[in-house]
Design a protein around this ligand. Structure first.
Ligand SMILES: [Zn+2]
Length: 157
């Protein structure tokens, strides 16, 4: 607590980057603190400072923090992956969900098959066991479109 309570406050990261005076009411100041210079640098590189200022001014003040978080995330992803940006991460995660859903379906099929072979009833709430046709063949031909949550992927291939 040795710092004096001078009236000087350092310019926000945006104004420092743009080499301009950080005025009272600077639209960037609440969201781009001086200790996070890379956050503004990325956002400026990808979206442009004037576009970001325009976007922030069009939003209500309580919406700006979320908007800046989203812009910073998107900008960082775009800097790392100039082709796909954050869509690359989204697509990767969607594929992972699809793969895990298939594995889960196969595991459920195996459980039902094993219980049928041992004359056990599946637990309450479990899907009905596959009747006829050989459940094991269904595992490898399983239709994974029943989930509903993982639709419309692959459009970025
Ligand atoms: Zn500023």
């Amino acid at each position: 607590m040795a710092s004096s309570s001078s009236l000087y406050s350092p310019p926000c990261a945006a104004c420092k980057f743009l080499r301009r005076k950080c005025m009272d009411g600077c639209v960037f100041a609440p969201h781009f603190p001086p200790e996070e210079p890379h956050k503004f640098a990325n956002v400026h590189k990808i979206f442009g400072a004037s576009n970001v200022a325009k976007l922030l001014n069009e939003l209500l003040p309580h919406q700006r923090d979320d908007a800046v978080s989203s812009l910073a995330y998107e900008a960082e992803a775009r800097v790392r992956d100039p082709v796909y940006g954050c869509v690359g991460a989204i697509t990767f995660l969607q594929r992972q969900i699809e793969r895990l859903q298939r594995e889960l379906d196969a595991a459920n099929d195996l459980i039902r098959f094993a219980m049928c072979n041992h004359g056990l009833e599946p637990p309450a709430g479990a899907p009905a066991p596959v009747v006829g046709g050989g459940p094991l063949s269904d595992i490898y031909n399983s239709n994974t479109n029943g989930g509903g949550a993982v639709q419309g992927t692959g459009s970025y291939n």
